[in-house]
Design a protein around this ligand. Structure first.
Ligand code: DP6
Length: 338
């Protein structure tokens, strides 16, 4: 899994092939774009190739409507990109700035530097990952600034180079990222599923908004290298993906949400079996999980999913929103198809 000069070169080569002559277009004065954050119902956990961010399995997500990232771009005459986050300068040495700059240097003509103003519309306290919406918004804004006019599947692949889950954040609604087979990831792209579910609700339950100690990237690598349970993960993830996609088409909430919860629990089990153990849950996460299970036993169709962090995302339908709000007064409710 180590980064070899050859594979780094081939990512640059692939980017040049995708952009062609458009790479040298003159930039517009300014461009901006918005992309929603997303939550995987069937998770991406594990890379088959690290430089192109290629996943071991496909995944399916639901986008979080107005919770996402807005990015504004303009050209600057400066030696490096000038990056702000929510109105504050980000130091070039911070990993956020390094990752954004690396992506930009890969896709822009030599020496073109940008001012990048990033606003997360996700309240910081929600503890939601912003790398997915961040790289998706950056990809869309750069496409517009540079006049690339790329088709969506190519934009999805470019966003993936920044962060895997960003490949799914270009659309609102249910999105499927297919694993693909090509070594350069040209077929590892996401697309919008046409089914809509206006009654679906996602509830954000924040346990902690602190930055996670182990990044997804590092956590995935550790799980693959050391967790004996990871052997069964690809098979389950592929099967869950099919079950969830079918349940979405059928409007079968219990199957969709129940499979999503089991998928998340299984992902966390494979992480816990890694060495050193990888446990993103906090004591309060477990308290909230038990509360969800208790309410479900009492008859409330309420399910949970969790990513690489301590926070819960609740899945339920509009008819149960007031019950959920009574049980969890702090919940933030999102209407994905609002
Ligand atoms: C648990 O997309 O953040 O949220 O590709 O290394 O940037 P990188 O990882 P990232 O991982 C997301 C992991 C997850 C599951 C998911 O969103 O599918």
């Amino acid at each position: 899994m180590s980064q070899t000069p050859t594979s780094i070169l081939s990512v640059d080569q692939w980017v040049d092939d995708v952009l062609g002559n458009a790479k040298f277009n003159s930039p517009a004065a300014h461009a901006s774009a918005y992309a929603p954050s997303n939550i995987a119902l069937s998770k991406y956990w594990g890379k088959r190739e690290v430089n192109f961010n290629l996943p071991v399995t496909g995944s399916v997500s639901i986008s979080l409507a107005e919770h996402g990232t807005k990015t504004g771009l303009s050209v600057v005459d400066a030696p490096q990109h000038d990056i702000t986050l929510n109105g504050e300068e980000v130091d070039a040495s911070q990993s956020f700035a390094i990752k954004l700059s690396q992506w930009l240097d890969r896709v822009l003509p030599n020496n073109l530097k940008l001012r990048v103003d990033t606003y997360n519309t996700v309240p910081t306290a929600a503890g939601l990952a912003s790398s997915a919406s961040g790289f998706a918004a950056l990809t869309l804004a750069t496409n517009s600034l540079m006049g690339w006019q790329l088709p969506e599947h190519k934009l999805s692949a470019l966003a993936r180079l920044g962060s895997g889950s960003a490949s799914r954040s270009l659309w609102h609604g249910f999105v499927k990222w297919q694993a693909g087979e090509q070594p350069n990831g040209s077929d590892s792209v996401a697309f919008l599923l046409k089914h809509q579910w206006p009654q679906l609700r996602v509830g954000l339950l924040t346990v902690s908004s602190q930055k996670k100690a182990v990044s997804s990237r590092e956590g995935m690598a550790r799980t693959i290298a050391t967790s004996a349970l990871y052997k069964q993960w690809p098979e389950q993830a592929n099967s869950d993906l099919t079950v969830i996609e079918t349940a979405i088409e059928a409007g079968d909430f219990e199957t969709m949400a129940g499979t999503a919860e089991n998928n998340a629990m299984s992902m966390h089990a494979t992480m816990a079996a890694a060495w050193p153990p990888l446990v993103y849950w906090q004591p309060d996460s477990l308290t909230q999980m038990h509360k969800v299970w208790q309410l479900r036993e009492q008859g409330l169709p309420l399910y949970l999913t969790m990513d690489a962090g301590p926070n819960l995302k609740l899945l339920f339908e509009a008819k149960h929103q007031s019950d959920v709000e009574v049980a969890f007064p702090e919940v933030q409710v999102i209407t994905p198809f609002g």
